[in-house]
Design a protein around this ligand. Sequence first.
Ligand code: TXD
Length: 319
Amino acid sequence: MARAKIALIGAGQIGGTLALLTGLKELGDIVLFDVVEGVPQGKSLDIAEASPVLGFDATYAGTNSYEAIAGADVIIVTAGVPRKPGMSRSDLLDINLKVMQQVGEGIKQYAPDAFVICITNPLDAMVWALQKASGLPTNKVVGMAGVLDSARFRYFLADEFKVSVEDVTAFVLGGHGDDMVPLVRYSGVAGIPLPDLVEMGWTTQAKVDAIVERTRKGGGEIVNLLKTGSAFYAPAASAIEMATSYLRDKRRLLPAAAYLSGEYGLSDLYLGVPVIIGANGVEKIVEIALDANEQAMLDKSVASVKELVAECQKIAPGL
Ligand code: TXD
């Protein structure tokens, strides 16, 4: 069977890491696109030259032309500018909205059957704009944030409990902002919920609260350390997990920014919710019961996502 074709739009820090991971996982052949000349070509060649050593088969093509993405099965979008220290995710909105319009046009023309994963920030607004600009069905366009936010939560919990990261599950809901909603009740170790672990004396409520706070600010923590950009290894790994679930029809239940049409009482909005990703893209949006406190946190997060989308509509009324 022919290999799948994976197009990566944006050949920056995340795009380059995605290109390497796609090869290492043998998900398919890679087209790396960027507006900057030479960078996608250089990174592609560099990774292709690593393939004999690392032992994987994949073809790599670096390009500055959308034609090269024709017929792609999966497209992962990181095009745009990343957050610099002192910049909020919404500061990025203006620049990245224009980028999403261009990318959406390219996808509409050359790869309308692809499953599209958007990573560009501010995530929930950019994935909304990308879906509108591309005109692809809403089940084929998702945003990556929840897998990353949950991975951070899982890592911090595993570190606190001194157990394998593999046994820690965690759930984060809502927009990809500082008011995301880490769901303590639905997180735990090997099926034991976090509140029970507090009762069992494994940790304290204060420590759990601190971990929740660190998770919420996880993106900023890395930005402040790197100073010249934002996180890229964990974001790339997270998008690869989503792409794998689609390509292999694994039906993983993952948190992702999905298009809501009535779920959680919301419509025409992308928001981080649990979804099942399979061969048809978003196969199901899972509606979990929230208590009053969780609902209040979600409402706050929804309000900030709505604000960003309203800003997009003001800048680009055609969307
Ligand atoms: O959880 C999440 N969703 C995120 C999101 C976690 C971390 C970072 N997140 C966001 O991903 C971040 O705020 C950025 O908006 C994107 C990409 O981050 P990355 O670190 O990869 O940024 P780079 O290294 O600046 O790469 C962006 C590339 C760069 O090579 C530009 O030349 C290119 O995008 N670019 C474009 N490509 C195609 N088309 C257009 N118009 C374009 N403009 C810039």
